[in-house]
Design a binder for this molecule. Structure first.
Ligand SMILES: Cc1cc2nc3c(=O)[nH]c(=O)nc-3n(C[C@H](O)[C@H](O)[C@H](O)COP(=O)(O)OP(=O)(O)OC[C@H]3O[C@@H](n4cnc5c(N)ncnc54)[C@H](O)[C@@H]3O)c2cc1C
Length: 470
């Protein structure tokens, strides 16, 4: 009998379990937390309280892994927002114009995404989840991992044997220590830390804005010598809005109610502050700190057979780029593809680890190179030609604000539907070289693209509700 053990039953772990259930006789997921009954927050997923955009590339990967998931999310109230026409975006280089385009993001709460995925995976009779059970060590040696030592909530211990162990413990994974305990050298870890902090709050949308309301993005601007300050405002299910305020070192948002709206008002454009002044807060402000870009170069180690790391256990990017859930789905897809040819044979894990590293390379370059240009950044890498890349990136964004073809490529790459090489096609590069061929939109013109915003603000400004949770 073959058995696969997945440590961590978050998004990456559950998707991996789903894939493995077609190839192993038994799949056991070890989850330290206890799952809620429905789409609710849980302790083991603190970031679940912040805005989570599921980008088109990740949504499509999720759909391949669990057909019908997007329809279930929509039925539960998730919004599909077209990047070209449902999003008011102030990019680092100016307001984007609306146009018809098929790149999109799914806007709903993180607990809803997890609930829809979890209920399908746990319905699979080949998958068993041991909740309130923590992995504490790996078993085996430097050539092969053969099992996992676990500790249950009551303090009892056990060892679960496995042909394959998947580390899906997220960014706090202990695998580097566990593998060192089996005699492996330390895994190299790269980081770029711009001191990013998120502060998030949910609101009850005014009734006329509960449906068909755009998302709003105020992007951070690198390379100015000033801290980056931005915001993401997204509709959610159940007529809720979620707002995340974002700031890098020296410009972090307050992580308590006081000052939240002021921070939003002091941004490059106050539209998010104006919108939240029309709505009733449903939660307190919650902060997430220490949001650095980090990747572990697992693929460069002589990893033992039977060990694979996926999801945030491999790479965490600044949430500003909204890539993490998509990378979790890409990892599970890579595993599915290799399982079809390798089965659970030795060599499987190494091949998948290489695929995951390759899939993450483009997003890593984009995020880490951008974040190098915020003041006070801490890093252990040097990127050759970073200044040149940064200035090309700025020119790209400036041109995208005026040119649909360039903006389409930006959206395809940022929603992870196309690799970064998509932006390097000769016609696009020539357009970027020529620069914008239209004047930049004013804030007024940009807002006028979304009459719902103007109508709401005209009717509903209620400053008395600013910082009062219900
Ligand atoms: C503030 C913030 C905003 C974000 N916004 C976005 C966004 O807009 N779009 C996007 O795509 N991504 C976003 N992300 C990233 C996204 O949250 C992660 O990439 C994603 O959750 C990774 O999934 P995972 O399964 O690898 O890890 P996790 O979701 O962290 O799951 C790990 C699981 O492992 C369990 N676990 C840990 N250790 C053990 C152990 N020893 N034994 C047993 N179980 C264990 C935990 O309880 C947890 O259930 C954001 C992240 C943050 C912090």
């Amino acid at each position: 009998m073959t058995q696969a053990v997945v440590i961590g039953g978050g998004l990456a772990g559950l998707l991996a379990a789903r894939v493995l259930a077609r190839h192993a006789d038994k799949v056991t997921v070890i989850e330290g937390d206890t799952y809620p009954q429905g789409p609710a927050q849980r302790k083991g997923l603190p970031q679940g309280r912040q805005n989570h955009m599921l980008m088109a590339g990740g949504a499509e990967a999720l759909e391949q892994l669990l057909p019908g998931t997007l329809a279930q999310l929509t039925a539960a109230g998730a919004h599909t927002l077209a990047m070209g026409s449902d999003m008011l975006t102030l990019s680092s280089e100016g307001w984007f114009r609306t146009f018809d385009d098929d790149s999109y993001t799914i806007a709903c709460s993180r607990p809803l995404i997890d609930h829809v995925v979890r209920s399908q995976v746990l319905d699979d009779p080949a998958v068993t989840v041991l909740q309130a059970t923590r992995a504490v060590a790996l078993r085996g040696d430097a050539t092969a991992v053969t099992g996992v030592a676990v500790e249950r909530a009551d303090g009892s211990e056990a060892v679960i044997g496995a042909d394959l162990v998947v580390d899906a413990c997220g960014s706090r994974s202990k695998s580097p220590t566990w593998l060192a305990g089996l005699g492996l050298p330390a895994v190299a870890e790269e980081f770029v830390d711009a001191g990013l902090t998120y502060a998030g709050r949910e609101y009850e949308a005014p009734p006329q804005a509960a449906k068909n309301f755009p998302g709003v993005l105020i992007q951070t601007v690198p390379g100015t010598g000033q801290p980056g300050k931005g915001a993401a405002f997204m509709p959610q299910e159940d007529g809720r809005w979620i707002v995340s305020l974002i700031g890098t070192q020296g410009g972090q948002p307050p992580t308590q109610d006081e000052g939240f709206t002021d921070f939003a008002r002091d941004m490059r454009d106050p539209v998010v502050a104006e919108l939240i002044a029309t709505a009733r807060p449903l939660t307190e402000v919650r902060g997430s700190r220490g949001l650095a870009n980090r990747r572990r170069l697992w693929h460069k180690l002589p990893l033992p057979d039977g060990f694979l790391a996926i999801g945030d256990a491999v790479m965490v990017l600044s949430p500003n780029y909204a890539t993490g859930m998509s990378m979790a789905a890409f990892g599970a897809l890579a595993l599915r593809t290799r399982l079809k040819t390798h089965g659970l044979e030795p060599g499987l894990a190494r091949a998948v680890q290489n695929d995951i590293a390759a899939a993450g390379a483009g997003p890593w370059t984009m995020a880490s190179t951008t974040d190098l240009f915020f003041p006070g950044v801490k890093t252990n890498i040097t990127v050759r030609g970073a200044a040149m890349q940064q200035s090309i990136g700025a020119r790209y964004a400036r041109t995208a604000a005026a040119n649909e073809d360039v903006l389409r490529a930006v959206y395809e790459v940022s929603t992870l539907r196309s690799p970064q090489s998509r932006m390097m096609s000769l016609p696009l590069l020539l357009s970027v070289l020529r620069g914008p061929d239209k004047p930049a939109l004013t804030a007024q013109q940009a807002r006028a693209q979304f009459p719902q915003i103007g109508e709401l603000l005209a009717q509903h400004t209620r400053p008395d509700l600013h910082d009062t949770p219900r």
